[in-house]
Design a binder for this molecule. Structure first.
Ligand SMILES: NC(=O)C1=CN([C@@H]2O[C@H](COP(=O)(O)OP(=O)(O)OC[C@H]3O[C@@H](n4cnc5c(N)ncnc54)[C@H](O)[C@@H]3O)[C@@H](O)[C@H]2O)C=CC1
Ligand SMILES: O=C(O)[C@@H]1CCC=N1
Length: 270
């Protein structure tokens, strides 16, 4: 039987996901999208061949609904969906912070809900998507969510109690690496390199380091020690990173991201 999948609120994450699904072999005729603006719907149809529908139509016709609106917009979307959504449809939330219980309280009794935190490398099929089951989601529902998000990268099942921490690590994670590259490129400018060369050196170093982290089987400490020669250049840089508290800053930053994810759960919109 053909399974219709609807992506509701198809912005950056929603589009990254559906384009990956199509690359992985999903038939675009089975993919529905909803948007706020008509022009956005037309753009998605032209780019991917997917079918724009209203939220109500998606609720009535899709087997699986993937909700990728901002956390602050989720309540309004659920108010719109609830009267039309049969309880046997799978609801997958891609929103930061919001627990599965929030959906279960607003949708028909026993609706299966799966919570997923993915990240923007979904655009290049290198996402990290962390998946948790709500009260009524079965192994088959989790497997279906894994099949969908597996189209854009790796998946990992975690207890829902770990979702806010995972959001801080991998959901927001790419931003920290982009920030580091930006800062290191600025350092290259200070050292007299043209910006394009500095960018190329840093990006290739990042790709090399990431590949070693993934493929070498070595601990990151060992990999760093291998770069750090006695009385050499690297240890001079590491001393500065330590004296500026970069490690403590990263720990505090991720703790703040985890806390913000928890606040989103309690409906904080500020
Ligand atoms: N941007 C990121 O790196 C990540 C975002 N997320 C989560 O994904 C979700 C979406 O984030 P983005 O794609 O960055 O946001 P976005 O703003 O690009 O996309 C959300 C889209 O939903 C649309 N929308 C809002 N209410 C709607 C409604 N009632 N009906 C139809 N469309 C509606 C908006 O017009 C917008 O296009 C958020 O909940 C966020 O927490 C998760 C992982 C990473
Ligand atoms: O910043 C945010 O709230 C979203 C969730 C994870 C990444 N971006």
């Amino acid at each position: 039987m053909t399974q219709k999948v609807a992506v509701l609120g198809t912005g950056k994450i929603g589009e990254a996901l559906l384009s990956g699904m199509i690359r992985a072999g999903w038939n675009s005729a089975d993919l529905l999208v909803t948007t706020r603006r008509r022009e956005r719907a037309d753009e998605l149809h032209a780019r991917h061949g997917v079918t724009p529908v209203t939220n109500t139509e998606a609720a009535k016709t899709a087997d699986t609904l993937i909700l990728t609106v901002k956390p602050q917009d989720m309540g309004t979307l659920l108010d719109e969906l609830a009267p039309h959504l049969p309880a046997d449809r799978l609801v997958i939330s891609g929103a930061a912070g919001i627990p599965t219980a929030y959906f279960e309280e607003r949708l028909a009794a026993a609706t299966p809900v799966v919570r997923v935190m993915t990240n923007t490398p979904a655009l290049v099929d290198e996402a990290m998507s962390v998946i948790s089951a709500g009260t009524h989601a079965t192994a088959a529902h989790l497997a279906h969510a894994e099949e969908i998000f597996g189209a854009v990268g790796k998946t990992l099942r975690v207890p829902e109690s770990q979702q806010d921490a995972c959001t801080a690590l991998s959901g927001s994670g790419p931003a920290y690496f982009f920030y580091l590259v930006e800062a290191m490129t600025d350092a290259g400018i200070l050292l007299g390199l043209p910006r394009d060369k500095a960018h190329e050196l840093i990006v290739q170093s990042a790709i090399g380091a990431a590949t070693m982290l993934r493929d070498s089987g070595e601990h990151p400490v060992k990999l760093r020690e291998n770069v750090t020669s006695p009385a050499g250049t690297t240890i001079s840089a590491i001393r500065e990173l330590e004296s500026h508290g970069v490690r403590a800053a990263l720990i505090a930053a991720l703790e703040a991201a985890r806390d913000r994810s928890r606040e989103l759960a309690s409906g904080t919109t500020g």
